[in-house]
Design a protein around this ligand. Structure first.
Ligand code: AMP
Length: 235
């Protein structure tokens, strides 16, 4: 009986590991900082990564139903100092849209799922299951998790910073990578890493690193940008 139970647990662990591994392997959006998923699922993490996506680049090779001309939230991710992160920490607390009903209008604006291949609330459900469930004990429950991410948008929004510095989205203009970093540093300090797609040519996302009290912090040694020396912010 005991052996059968032990075998069952091993099989379950293998299934989880396979799912997590496959997710990491097929995820092209983690191009700026490829990080290994932690296999211990220990949610006692070290800091948060708050990631903003530029839809003009995200939608270049994907079919999008909408393409906001502003940075949108990708996720708020618990992270470890060693560059790994916990994932899928509590399968007994699945995403429930009813819990965040009051946030939905702002969610749709700031954290939209833009992919035509996704149904309904795929992105929110994915982000909650994979990352939000690991944000405990700092953020307890779905409402606290999503509300905090929406609140951060007010202070960590690169869209205006670029506009104020004449860095206008364009398919033809390119900007000096160091200039882009310097403009962002003036507003946000040394608290972020920029990531690019299209062989490093197009700005894709900005990862802000935050202490568990949500003060900005350095992203650490593993935080290397993969952007070329000149980059576009495509339309
Ligand atoms: P994560 O596993 O948290 O790194 O999220 C990666 C997944 O989220 C990938 O499947 C992406 O295609 C998807 N994703 C990221 N941003 C968006 C977005 N704005 N709309 C739809 N899907 C997204």
């Amino acid at each position: 009986m005991r052996t059968a139970r032990a075998l069952g647990l091993v099989a379950a662990a293998l299934v989880v590991a396979a799912v997590v591994g496959a997710d990491a392997a097929r995820d092209p959006t983690r191009s700026s900082r490829p990080r290994e998923l932690d296999k211990t699922y220990d949610a006692d993490f070290d800091y948060f990564v708050y990631t903003m996506t530029w839809p003009g680049t995200f939608c270049e090779e994907k079919h999008c139903t909408k393409e906001p001309r502003y940075f949108t939230v990708h996720g708020l991710w618990p992270n470890y100092e060693n560059g790994k992160w916990p994932a899928f920490c509590n399968s007994s607390y699945p995403f429930d849209e009813n819990e965040i009903e009051d946030l939905l209008p702002v969610m749709n604006e700031r954290w939209p799922d833009v992919l035509s291949s996704h149904e309904g609330d795929w992105l929110w459900s994915h982000e909650w299951d994979k990352h939000g469930t690991c944000a405990k004990p700092v953020l307890n429950g779905e409402h606290e998790y999503f509300a905090k991410a929406l609140e951060l948008y007010d202070i960590l929004n690169p869209t205006e910073v670029f506009a104020q510095n004449g860095m206008i989205p364009s398919n033809t203009r390119t900007y000096d990578r160091d200039q882009v970093i310097s403009v962002l540093t003036k507003s946000f300090g040394d608290t972020f890493v920029i990531g690019c797609q299209e062989s490093g040519k197009d700005l894709f996302q900005i990862e802000f690193c935050l202490q568990k009290n949500f003060q900005g912090r350095n992203c650490g040694k593993s935080a290397n940008s993969n952007c070329s020396s000149r980059i576009r912010i495509p339309n």
